[in-house]
Design a protein around this ligand. Structure first.
Ligand SMILES: C[S@@+](CC[C@H](N)C(=O)[O-])C[C@H]1O[C@@H](n2cnc3c(N)ncnc32)[C@H](O)[C@@H]1O
Length: 419
């Protein structure tokens, strides 16, 4: 495709992404479905340019105030992630001169909002909660995430999976904390690799693996993944249970549970029971009350810990939406707390960075359930799960993962044992 045509398509995609009607990954995949003739490299340029713009929207909008022509086109030029020489081939002389001029601006010289690239409400909260490392945190959040894999121990050991990847020309290093993880260099397409297709590896951020390790599901147990979604953690729990016992995967979204099916098929797991529930107080949950060994509540949250992968979330979330989420998280945790048997474990987790969705929800639960739930020290649980350096992942007895400190997405988890 000639440069001017790809640039026009990019401009069109950016225009759609900036409507914020739907998550950016959905807008991008719908766009690709409408333009089936696009090659791999063209798709890469389109998607990465859209994500770059979402990461640095304030910076690029500021720089795009000069120049002429429609705004999404200027934004496309500024955020362009394809070949620079190819792009210049699609520009007139005026655009080329303008681009050189704005690209010479040092980002460090820009005002604060254009440097952190966060909406004001979120910048204020993070600055208040993380005064000492606000800047390293936002810099890490505004960089793309690496591609992490979880080795499915039902099918391969970590070194075997690593060797299979190496044979396919894909270099991977063991992840520093999760004993199940491999981190790939770059972002290779995995969908056609035998090691992925036959279920030896699954894509999963190391932080997400650590949440499953914290649940420590064992052979023969009854386990509930209360907010299973497309099943990232369900798969990890099922493999830890060695495909024995019973693993219930609840979710209110049938659509998300359906996305779990092909992943389960690849994984070789058969101990799972996906259940679409109407809401967190569904009758089918009551029937399991007091019978479960381990319950994971991977609660619906703002997702702000995943900004490396989902940079649109910072523009799509709001303080009002957060308040609603906290009410939902509290209600789900309350209902899930009926499930564990005495001695059973309850884990509450989010991929949010904000105390409001994390420590505040956990502290309210601890206070309300002093009679029936004892808080567990996550550092001890990680040590038992053979996570190396687990102490460094814990704050006040709870798991706190940070992109700039641990190289994972941002995650929180608290754990309790039923008395
Ligand atoms: C953070 S996501 C789960 C991600 C998933 N555990 C994984 O590892 O891939 C939260 C999930 O909670 C589900 N959810 C929302 N409200 C719920 C409710 N009342 N009860 C159970 N699940 C709910 C959402 O549909 C969403 O799939």
């Amino acid at each position: 495709m000639p440069p001017h045509a790809l640039l026009e398509l990019t401009t069109d995609l950016l225009h759609r992404v900036l409507q914020f009607d739907h998550p950016a990954d959905k807008v991008v995949s719908d766009f690709f479905r409408q333009h089936r003739g696009l090659g791999g490299r063209e798709r890469h340029t389109l998607a990465e340019t859209a994500y770059e713009l979402l990461r640095h929207r304030l910076r690029y909008q500021h720089l795009a105030q000069s120049g002429r022509g429609e705004l999404p086109r200027r934004l496309a030029l500024l955020a362009w992630q394809g070949d620079a020489g190819f792009l210049r081939g699609g520009l007139d002389e005026g655009e080329r001169a303008w681009l050189s001029q704005v690209q010479a601006v040092d980002p460090a010289s820009l005002p604060e909002p254009q440097r952190h690239d966060l909406p004001p409400w979120l910048a204020e909260r993070l600055q208040a909660e993380r005064p000492d490392d606000f800047w390293p945190l936002v810099e890490a959040l505004n960089r793309p995430a690496p591609l992490d894999l979880r080795v499915n121990l039902l099918k391969a050991r970590r070194e075997e999976a690593r060797a299979a990847l190496a044979e396919a020309g894909l270099a991977a290093e063991p992840t520093p904390y999760s004993p199940w993880g491999l981190r790939l260099a770059g972002k290779p397409a995995l969908q056609k690799q035998p090691v992925f297709l036959d279920g030896r590896v699954e894509v999963q951020d190391e932080g997400s693996q650590l949440l499953a390790l914290l649940v420590d599901a064992r052979r023969g147990e009854m386990v509930v993944d209360f907010c299973a979604g497309a099943g990232g953690k369900t798969l990890a729990l099922g493999a830890a249970m060695r495909n024995t016992g019973r693993l219930y995967a609840f979710d209110t979204s049938g659509h998300r549970l359906a996305a779990l099916k092909p992943r389960l098929a690849r994984s070789g797991l058969s101990n799972h029971y996906p259940v679409q529930i109407a809401h967190e107080r569904d009758e089918r949950i009551k029937r399991l009350a007091g019978k479960i060994d381990r319950v994971l509540v991977d609660a619906p949250c703002s997702g702000l810990g995943t900004l490396r992968r989902n940079p649109d979330l910072k523009w799509r979330q709001s303080p009002a939406a957060l308040a609603e989420l906290v009410a939902k998280q509290t209600a789900i945790l309350e209902s899930a707390a009926r499930l564990p048997k005495p001695g059973g474990r309850l884990v509450y987790a989010t991929c949010s960075l904000l105390a409001e969705e994390n420590e505040a929800v956990a502290a309210a639960f601890t206070a309300a359930h002093a009679a029936d739930y004892e808080p567990l020290d996550v550092a001890e649980l990680l040590a038992k799960a053979r996570v190396e350096g687990g102490d460094g992942l814990v704050q006040d007895g709870r798991l706190r993962l940070w992109p700039h400190r641990h190289g994972t997405d941002g995650f929180f988890a608290a754990a309790w044992q039923r008395r």
